[in-house]
Design a protein around this ligand. Sequence first.
Ligand code: NIG
Ligand code: FE
Length: 410
Amino acid sequence: MSDKPWDRIWKGAGLVTCEGEGLGLIEQGLIAVRDNEIVWVGAEVDAPRDKIAATPQIVSLNGGWVFPGLIDCHTHLVFGGNRAREFEMRLEGATYEEIARAGGGILSTVKATRAASEEELFAASLPRARDLLREGVTTLEIKSGYGLDLQSEIKMLKVARAIGAELGLTIKTSCLAAHALPPEYAGRAGDYIDLICSQILPRLAEEGLADAVDGFCEGIAFSPDEIARVFETAKDLGLPVKLHADQLSDLDGAALAASFDGLSADHLEYTNPKGVEAMARAGTVAVLLPGAFYTLKETRRPPIETFRKEGVSMALASDCNPGSSPISSLRLILNMGCTLFGLTPTEALRGVTVNAAKALGESTRKGRLAVGMDADFCHYKIGAPADLCYWMSGARPDKVVMGGGEITVL
Ligand code: NIG
Ligand code: FE
C-alpha cells in the first residue's frame, strides 16, 4: 500500500461493491479516496488505524448502503421537441411502426432537433440528465441519431459533451447516424450509408466527438448489410460498435453485433439462441431496455434464461427518448427489469453498475467499488440494496460523489 495519506474517508454504511458474481456486500464498510480514485475499500474493522487517524476528512454515513455511481448505458436524451401527440395516437390504437412509416416517430424528432440551436438543445436536454443524476447516475451514455446530417449530428454530440461538463458527469457518446433514413435520402439508403461512412464518422472521429458507433438494425431502419458497412468504417477508425438489435423482429442483429466484437447489443426481444451464443463468445453485453418494452406494450421478452445459461452479461438502461421510452428514471427501470423481465434484484443492480460499465468499455474505471476505480458512488438511506429495485422512484440518494468530490444534487 502506498505511504501517501488518504484525502477522505466515507464509513458507517454497507457497501455494494459489485465485486465477484453477486453484489459483493460489505456490512459496515469503509471507502478511502485519494485524488479522484478509490485507494482502499473493505470492512471498517480491517482498515489500517494509522491511515484513518491521518486522514483529514472523515464522513460518517450512519447506516444505509453505498453503491458504485449508477450507470445509464443507453440513452437518447439529447433531442428537440416532444412526441406527446404520438403517445395519444398509440393509446388510440396506432402502432410504433405505423407512426414511423407515416413519417412520425424518429423523423418527427429529427425535424425538431435539426431546427433547434445548440443552446436550445442544451436547455431542453439538461433537465433529463439532471433527473438521472438526482438518482445517483454518475456515468451516462448519450447517442446522436436525431440529426442525420453532419452538422446536426455534430451539434447533438457537442450538446452531450456540454451536459457532462455542466453536471460533472462522465459522458460516453455514440454516433447513431444509422438510426433512420433522413427524408432527403428517401429511397436512397445506400447513398445515406455512403454519407455516414465517408463523411459523418470520419469527422466525428477526428473531432473526438464519438466514443462508439451505434446503429438501428430493423425493418423500419437499416438492413444487416447496411449496418455492416457502417461497422466496417467504425472498425477502420478504431471505434467500438454497439447495436439496436432484434427489437421488433429477428434480423440476426445480435450475431451481427457480436461478429464485430460489439460492446453491446441492445433491446434483443427477438434474439435467437445462435445470437445469444455469438454474444457469449464475443463478450458482448446484452443491454435490456424494459422502458421501451413497456411503452410499446411489447409482449415478447428478451431471452433472459438463455443469457443466463450462456453467461452473457446483462445490463439495464433507460433508453431515455421521446418516442419509445419517455423515461428519465433509472430507478423505475430497475423495477421494470425485475417486474417485466424477471431479473433478480442482484441482476438488476449489476445491470446498472458493473455490467453497464462493461457495455461502455469502462470496466477498469467504473461500476465497482474497488481499489483503482474512479471514486464515483452514491449513498442511499435504505435498509437493503434490493430497496432500489422494489420501491419505484421515491427516496433519492443523500450523497452523490463523483471523482472523489461530493456534489450537491439539486
Ligand atoms: O432505442 N429503436 C430505435 N430507437 C429508439 C427509439 C427512438 C425514438 O422513437 O425516437 C429506441 O427505442
Ligand atoms: Fe435506443
